[in-house]
Design a protein around this ligand. Sequence first.
Ligand code: URA
Length: 259
Amino acid sequence: MSSRRELLLEEMGLTPIWRLRTRQAESTTTAAQVQNVPAAAGRGDGAAPAVPRPAIDARDANIARMGWGELRASVAACTACGLRKTCTQTVFGIGDEKADWLLVGEAPGAEEDARGEPFVGQAGRLLDAMLAGIDLKRGEDVYIANVLKCRPPGNRNPEAPEVAKCAPYLRRQVELIRPRLILAMGRFACQTLLDTESSIASLRGRAHSYQGVPLVVTYHPAYLLRSLQDKAKAWEDLCYARSTMADLRAQSGSGAPAH
Ligand code: URA
């Protein structure tokens, strides 16, 4: 392992476990082990509410036709749920609009709400270190977005009607970016995008699909800040995502980013 990677893993708090598990983690980069993980509380771990699925209405159809500029303006002006009344600003998403990698989290927290950018707080710093561990960098072939574009007050769990109103925005972002792979982070994003109540533990280690885009699940960085044990599993997930990306690129005959 290069000393740079060792430093990054140390920053993620992973080095001792990584040293013990190097062989296992490397050999599971195409099929990370599924392990039982007890549910934990807090941002990134809350069970996703069952999202009502109305037939596509005029608003959804309108959003589904938008380009980037219109979509950005529509999110900024959105009052479809009550969250805009309590948040400072909307947090649209950031990064390379032609990225192969799309990372999806839950909703802005306090720092994201203040700065208008996803994952800029403590969890974001861990996310940046995780990305660096697989040679990725925010903004370079990576786009970062959340299921919800507005911060729920006090970081409470998102509610089903809020998710239903915000879902068309993420759906359109996915259509515009056309990423090769989505990395869904945390129980809420995973359950919402996959329309399931299954635990992250049971969803790990294989590729799922969201709108025809391969989707890999992992734990939420905010949760990982509290769980050293699951940091090692998250590292396995990242290795699995990286090898899935390599397979996808090989299948399409390009070792390089898609766009
Ligand atoms: N948690 C999230 O899910 N998203 C953010 O942008 C920040 C924290």
